[in-house]
Design a protein around this ligand. Sequence first.
Ligand code: ZN
Ligand code: CU
Length: 484
Amino acid sequence: MPSTFDVIIRNATIVDGTGRQRFGGDIAIAGDRIDLVGDLGDAKAASEIDATGLVVAPGFIDSHTHDDRMLLSAGDMTPKVSQGVTTVVAGNCGISLAPMPNAVKMPVTPPLDLLDASGEWYRYRSFADYLKALRQTPPATNCVMLVGHTTLRAIAMDDLGREATDAEIAVMRGHVVEAMEAGAFGVSTGLAYRPAQAATTREVIEVCRPLKDFDGLYCTHMRDEADHSMESLNETFEIGREVGAQVLISHHKLAGVKNHGRSVETLCHIEKQMHEQHVCLDCYPYAASSTILTAPNAANSPKTIVTWSKAMPSCAGRDLADIMEELGCDLEEAVARLQPAGAVYFRMDESDVQRILKFAPTMIGSDGLPHDEQPHPRLWGTFPRVLGHYSRDLGLFSLETAVHKMTGLTAREFGLRDRGVIRAGAYADLTLFDADTVIDRATFDKPIALSDGIKTVMVNGAIVWNGQRSTGERPGRVLKREKA
Ligand code: ZN
Ligand code: CU
């Protein structure tokens, strides 16, 4: 034991991320790692943090984000570190900023415009170039990167309205190999989105073939999260089996009034399949979803709020019904006039959200959209909401379980060695919070708001959030998938 450490956190209530009962103790940090956990007596450190009355947990891992650009353009990652998040998984829903070997076609095809509508940030020729930029100008958080199938389609195909030819599949597969060699964790798809809808199951399987050799992940925003959820689950399982890859069902939900309650059915099906192949899933803690604005989505939603509109920027934050009335037109026309645009849809049932959150294998992922004018509150509130609202106030599960779903479980599924847990030898990614007061403050009306109760957040041994603001430290790393 070195005579002095860099940091000692004293008098902590430690929730270690494994799901086990909290315990009291001190934590000593040397460099970027935890050196000792226990009673540190009169050991000395360059700095000490008194954690009396606070929980110390592993830093939260946001399993589902669209932070590809924010990691570079706003690397303080304030919406994330202010919630206690220390690692983000980006490149989801088929959308990744890289690779883009030639200039992106303008206007940027939705949903690729969720990351950047100007096209300016689609500037990384290869996946390796993108990861190099992340290493050269590191963000505050660690990152885990996926390569998006829709991005690959946009590169390889001149017409996104059909299945890819064998030659186009070969081009996409080449990009998958390049991305995996550079350090991607896997491939994501967004088969529900127009530019990927025409992709057949066979196309996805063939594009994803290289995942097997790299032990990569297949993450999917499924083709359907409403009436045909069961068929979509089966397609997902088939792709995973055929490719020989672990599958991750992104933001599992049941959309549309007539599907309310059907999470009983889907979770039972997922659980059964878990005995046959490696399946995992995540979910965000809200009964409203958010993505690009489309007429079919809005038609299926009892209430829709516009989150951004290029054509009519002043409509951001307004109810689509009011906009229709003001324009004196029907839904189809209002949606057409707002394009390109984003929206929040209130079309899930709270009982499904709670059932999915509570399901033991479910991880927490925000699915936040950092470039929306009036974003869904999940961008700023997801993790404190699970801790404060769902765990403490509703008693949906214990604090230990809540923390596990955002740390140890996620680290295990993604293969993040020595992260997501508090023990000697693990990286010093830590979040100190007040379990009695932690709560989200971001709402649908006022979606950009800091949460309460998150005190100190540390990434690789450096403090990135001091309870009020970002410290300016940028210790984040590009992580590697290392299966235990
Ligand atoms: Zn998605
Ligand atoms: Cu997403």
